[in-house]
Every structure is written in structure tokens, then in C-alpha cells.
Design a binder for this molecule. Structure first.
Ligand SMILES: *Cc1c(COP(=O)(O)O)cnc(C)c1O
Length: 399
């Protein structure tokens, strides 16, 4: 404990205390396991919050990283570079999008989407059409623009005045969305599954109805797939599993296989919103990160991998439902798709359950005070699911 305790004290003294961190000091990882400074192993159902989709220290990603590191790390976007082009082509070949803008995070990708929506509308419909309808409980990032688009008061509080032009409606309520659209609206922005807000699934037909409404009112449909994209739901992109295409999609988290990268993808038409000189990023799409992201994309997009995610996800959901029926006093609901699952507790005790899980050698994450989020590496198998369930079986009665 001595060593870890010192690290914790130094961290709390040297950095802002913006994160309410948990006990372990993590020093290495392999596959779905991480080890702390005391040599204790944990099964990782957080994966850096849906980032390390191919597990820790994946040998193929390590090789891609080492190879590109010898060649070229970074060049300005004043020039062309091969890994960036290859990643852009690999992404557009696999979805609705015709064009990609690279940046470094989910928030930046959503900033790009917001800027694109406003400017596209300005060029196409003239002024005054700048408003974006977002969802209550949504999360789109921590920049001023993206907290303005985020439907959670705890994220917005204290930073006003926020960026004007956002309204919020309950996720899943098509009537409320229709009512919120005015002649000043330019876009609808949503997560196909509301992740941080509690792993809320779209009701049947909802996303198709949103698409129809956007067509009818000539609005851009922006889908934030920062968390649920890149194979998480058992489809390369979540919207593909729901059979509804957006005009704009944002990615980050798992896109770089653990390295920081974000992307905004859009149709040829929507891309007119960001013409030459209108947007930029120094680090966006650096060769080093793109080379790794390209390799990660190939591995995640493989049909066997997506099939594995669907199968393992179904198994996880079945085992979680059994768990829920064994602990009816503690567990209120279970939901998910592929390898993003939520375990809703009867009381706001997710933080306590997270601590109890740590004692069981399990890393699990909090979506809300009542909902545990499970977003393990996509490479986990049934044995890891079984270990999670056994640990939770022991932890839940102690709540
Ligand atoms: C994590 C997340 C973001 C923000 O991504 P950052 O890389 O932290 O800026 C945006 N949207 C969703 C849905 C996310 O899960």
C-alpha cells in the first residue's frame, strides 16, 4: 500500500482535483486485465471508458505503433500524409459518410459537428437558423460548446453564460422533438444509445422517426457515436444496427485503439458546411495515431469480431438478468446491446458497488448514481463474463 498511497498523495497535491478517483494506481495492462502498483490484478470492465476496445497492450497495435514511430510521428495538416488518407478511406468505405475531419477527442469531434451544422445552415438557408435540439441526459463533452449541447445540469453548472441555441427534449419522445423544432432549428443531435445518461436504449422506431422528421424539416441529423461506435454494439457503428443513417457522425474513444483521436464524418452535402479555411486542428489526424487507428479499425470491423461482440454481449445480458433475479432488492433493471450494458440499482449506490467490485478484483464504471456501466474490451470471452457475475454476486448483498 505504501507506494500507491504516496502516488495518490502526490497526485492530489500536484493536479487539479477534477476527478473523484478510485483507489488503485494502475501500472500495466494486458488484454482485459490491469495490474496495480501493489501487484494486484483487476478484470477491466471499464476499458478506459470504452477506449481500449482491443484490450491493453494489444500486440498488433503495438507493432503498428512501433512501425509508424520509426517513420513519421507528426506533420502539419498543411501537408498530406498517408496514414491519415488510409484511415479516412477505411472509415468512409464502411459507412454512410463521404468525408472525414480528424481531431483529438470526442468533444472536439462534436464541436466540429456543431460548427458544421451552423455554417451549413447559414450557407444553405441564410441566417437565423442555428438552433440544435439535443436530448435530456445526453453527454457530448466538456468544452463550452459541448457542455451547452449536453443535457445534464451537473455538467453545465457554474460555467454560464453558455453557448445559446440549444434546446432539450426527452430521449425517445418523438412528439416532444417535433414540438421543439422551430424555423430557427438547423439540426438534431443525439446519441443512438444515451450512454453516460444511464445506457438508455432508443424505443423501437424512434431513430427512424427522427430521421424522417429531419428530412421533412430539412435538418441535419448528427449522431454522437463517440462511445457506442467502433464495434461496441456488435455493429461497427451503432446506427447500422438500428438501420438509420445520420448526416453527421462523431467518433473518438475506441477509434485510436487507446491513443487519442476524434473524427467527424459526414455526407458530401453536409461537408459544404466546413469549406477551406473554416476549421482546423494542429494534432488532428497525426500519422502516428492514424496508423494505429487504421489497424484497430481493420480488427474491429472484421465480421468475426463483430459477431463475437454480439454473441458475448447476448451472453452478458443473459447472465446480468439472472444476476438481477437473484438480487431483486438491489437491482432494478438491466439493459444493453453488444458490449455496452447498464445495471440499474434500486438505490443511488453505484459508487459503493464500484468500491465493493474493486475488492473483488473488478473494475466497473458509473454512468449515473443509479446505473453501473459495463464497457469491457470487445475481446473478452465468456470466462471474463462469468468472473464478473461471480464478483457481483458476492458484492451486491453487501450494498
Ligand atoms: C466520452 C464522450 C464524449 C467526450 O469525449 P472526450 O474525448 O472526453 O472529449 C462525447 N460524447 C460521448 C457520447 C461520450 O461518451
Amino acid at each position: 500500500m505504501g507506494n500507491s498511497q504516496k502516488i495518490r498523495e502526490r497526485a492530489d497535491a500536484a493536479m487539479l482535483t477534477t476527478y473523484s478517483r478510485f483507489g488503485p494506481v494502475l501500472v500495466e495492462g494486458r488484454g482485459a486485465c490491469v495490474r496495480d502498483a501493489e501487484g494486484r490484478d483487476y478484470l477491466d470492465f471499464v476499458a478506459g471508458i470504452a477506449v481500449c476496445a482491443l484490450g491493453h497492450a494489444n500486440p498488433e497495435l503495438c507493432a503498428a505503433l512501433a512501425e509508424q514511430a520509426q517513420r513519421l510521428w507528426h506533420v502539419s495538416n498543411l501537408y498530406y500524409s498517408v496514414p491519415q488518407v488510409e484511415l479516412a478511406e477505411a472509415l468512409t468505405a464502411r459507412c454512410f459518410a463521404d468525408r472525414v475531419f480528424f481531431c483529438n477527442s470526442g468533444a472536439e469531434a462534436n464541436e466540429a459537428a456543431i460548427k458544421l451544422a451552423r455554417r451549413y445552415s447559414l450557407s444553405r438557408f441564410n441566417g437565423e437558423r442555428y438552433r440544435i435540439v439535443c436530448m435530456e441526459g445526453s453527454f457530448h463533452g466538456r468544452t463550452l460548446g459541448t457542455i451547452s449541447a449536453t443535457g445534464q445540469e451537473k455538467v453545465r453548472a457554474g460555467f454560464g453564460p453558455l453557448l445559446p441555441g440549444f434546446s432539450f427534449v426527452p430521449f425517445g419522445d418523438i412528439g416532444a422533438l417535433r414540438a421543439a423544432i422551430t424555423d430557427k432549428t438547423c439540426a438534431v443531435m443525439l446519441e443512438p444509445i444515451v450512454a453516460n445518461g444511464g445506457i438508455l436504449m432508443p424505443p423501437d422506431g424512434y431513430l427512424a422517426a427522427v430521421r424522417e422528421l429531419c428530412n421533412e424539416r430539412q435538418l441535419l441529423l448528427v449522431m454522437d457515436e463517440v462511445q457506442v461506435g467502433m464495434g461496441r454494439t456488435g455493429h461497427l457503428f451503432a446506427h447500422q444496427g438500428f438501420g438509420v443513417e445520420p448526416d453527421v457522425m462523431t467518433l473518438a474513444k475506441a477509434l485510436g485503439g487507446g491513443l487519442p483521436i476524434g473524427a467527424m464524418l459526414c455526407t458530401e452535402e453536409a461537408a459544404k458546411g466546413l469549406p477551406a479555411g473554416s476549421h482546423a486542428s494542429t494534432f488532428g489526424g497525426t500519422p502516428l495515431v492514424c496508423a494505429v487507428a487504421r489497424r484497430a479499425l481493420e480488427m474491429i470491423a472484421a465480421p468475426e469480431m463483430l459477431e463475437h461482440v454480439r454473441e458475448t454481449g447476448d451472453y452478458l445480458l443473459v447472465r446480468l438478468r439472472e444476476l438481477a433475479s437473484r438480487h431483486p432488492a438491489q437491482v432494478a433493471a438491466v439493459r444493453g446491446r453488444g458490449l455496452i450494458c447498464g445495471l440499474e440499482l434500486s438505490e443511488p449506490k453505484t459508487r459503493r458497488l464500484m468500491e465493493l467490485a474493486l475488492e473483488e478484483g473488478l473494475l466497473i464504471d458509473i454512468a449515473t448514481e443509479r446505473v453501473i456501466r459495463l464497457v469491457p474490451p470487445l475481446i473478452i470471452g465468456r470466462a471474463e463474463v462469468d468472473a464478473l457475475i461471480s464478483g457481483l454476486d458476492r458484492a451486491l448483498p453487501k450494498l
